[in-house]
Design a protein around this ligand. Structure first.
Ligand SMILES: Cc1ncc(COP(=O)(O)O)c(C=O)c1O
Length: 398
């Protein structure tokens, strides 16, 4: 059996394709910024985009990206360490640090690489890493690399500071990294940041909050740390530019010495080209827009609250939470895939999520500032009109 035998015998995707229920790699023609989108030739209401603040179609953001291309070209052309470091990167880092209240920031080429690069550079032999058991794959993969360098990696119960405290009390070392998502992007729950800070401070552990889905949305745009009143007490924060900042890339925020260490030791930073000029400028313009509108409650949150209540009233199995993400749960894969197909056929796009990405089967709805009240009412109407067909199949057994 050669290496590629596993590919030739891989049938899972074909099984879904054969029955017309394959949900992945949908082809959108045009923008997917959270308003209306064109999916395989038909218009849909986009309820699957992480562009929470709808900034990817903002004239300011588009203009900034266009200007950057005109001035700098299309590529940073090399690692920032040697030849690809632009003033655009450093200006963005200074503004990120100022806005989020840290001494310094370091921009990476993606949010995934940020977590990978931070965890693997900071933890190794003699260190311990504690991850929330539902932490994002990029934190998990960073911990895998740390483990390969000798770190001990443990999991603590999801959003369970008590379990973390019990484990830290028994930990053999104080050289500990604790890492969690700020907003769990599949279930929409927020990490208990204040409680995690208290535990980490008690045991001298260093807390990292990956606020990929909280920035721009919570805490006057500053995310869940600010929302929890914990500014200045979370030593490491990471974020992605691919959600509210309407771009590509990511960043870590920390004290100046830690950032300097990461600039020179983090392998995904050193061995990959710098973020492109357009992506850097777009993220920076989005940051300015978020800072400008920071005092206003995002429409995405109000839209999600309205939709969550409406779906619950219709009898869907909707998880709680206060974020723009609404998971609608199903008891099995076929019911979930059938529901997704029916919704698409009626002009509403939601993302189908199933193991190994999450436990169980769910449609993930993500609200953004771009969904007008009329469009949301239309979507609720679609959910209502298909519920009779869906409910018998998807209601969990009592
Ligand atoms: C919690 C979390 N962290 C990090 C990432 C990675 O971000 P990016 O898309 O910039 O690689 C994501 C995106 O899936 C995420 O949800």
């Amino acid at each position: 059996m050669d290496l590629l035998e596993k590919c030739r015998t891989y049938t899972r995707a074909d099984e879904a394709r054969d029955v017309g229920l394959y949900p992945y790699y949908p082809v959108f023609q045009g923008p997917v910024d959270g308003g209306r989108a064109v999916l395989e030739g038909a218009e849909v209401l986009m309820l699957g985009s992480n562009n929470y603040r709808a900034l990817s179609s903002s004239p300011q953001v588009i203009g900034a990206a266009q200007d950057a291309i005109a001035l700098y070209g299309t590529s940073a052309t090399g690692s920032r360490l040697l030849s690809g470091n632009l003033d655009l990167h450093e200006e963005l880092e200074a503004d990120l640090a100022g806005f989020f209240g840290y001494e310094a920031a370091l921009v990476f080429a993606t949010g995934y690489m940020t977590n990978l690069g931070v965890v693997s550079a900071l933890a190794g032999s003699g260190d311990q890493v504690y991850l929330d058991e539902k932490a994002h794959a990029s934190l998990v993969d960073g911990a895998r690399l740390a483990k390969a360098s000798g770190a001990v990696v443990e999991r603590f119960g999801h959003n369970d500071p008590g379990d973390l405290a019990r484990q830290l009390a028994a930990a053999p070392t104080r050289s500990v990294l604790v890492a969690t998502d700020g907003v769990f992007s599949l279930e929409g729950s927020l990490a208990p940041v204040a409680e995690l800070v208290a535990v980490c401070e008690e045991y001298g552990a260093t807390l990292l909050v990956d606020d990929a889905h909280g920035v721009g949305v919570f805490g006057r745009g500053r995310g869940v740390i600010e929302q929890a009143g914990m500014q200045g007490r979370v030593p490491l924060m990471t974020l992605t530019f691919s959600t509210s900042l309407a771009s590509q890339g990511g960043a870590v925020l920390a004290d100046a010495k830690t950032i300097d260490f990461l600039r020179h030791t983090s392998r995904p930073q050193i061995f990959s080209a710098g973020l492109s000029p357009a992506d850097t400028a777009a993220a920076h313009a989005s940051l300015r827009e978020i800072r400008r509108g920071a005092e206003a409650e995002p429409d995405a949150l109000m839209a999600a609250e309205h939709l969550r209540r409406a779906l619950d009233a219709l009898g869907f199995d909707v998880a709680g939470g206060s974020s723009p993400v609404i998971p609608v749960r199903f008891p099995d894969e076929s019911a979930m895939l059938a529901a997704q197909r029916v919704l698409v056929d009626h002009g509403v796009y939601t993302s189908a999520v199933l193991p190994p990405v999450c436990e169980g089967y769910q449609l993930r709805i993500a609200c953004t500032d771009a969904q007008s009240p009329d469009a949301l009412e239309a979507a609720i109407g679609v959910f209502a009109s298909v519920r009779e067909a869906l409910l018998p199949r998807y209601r969990p057994a009592a």
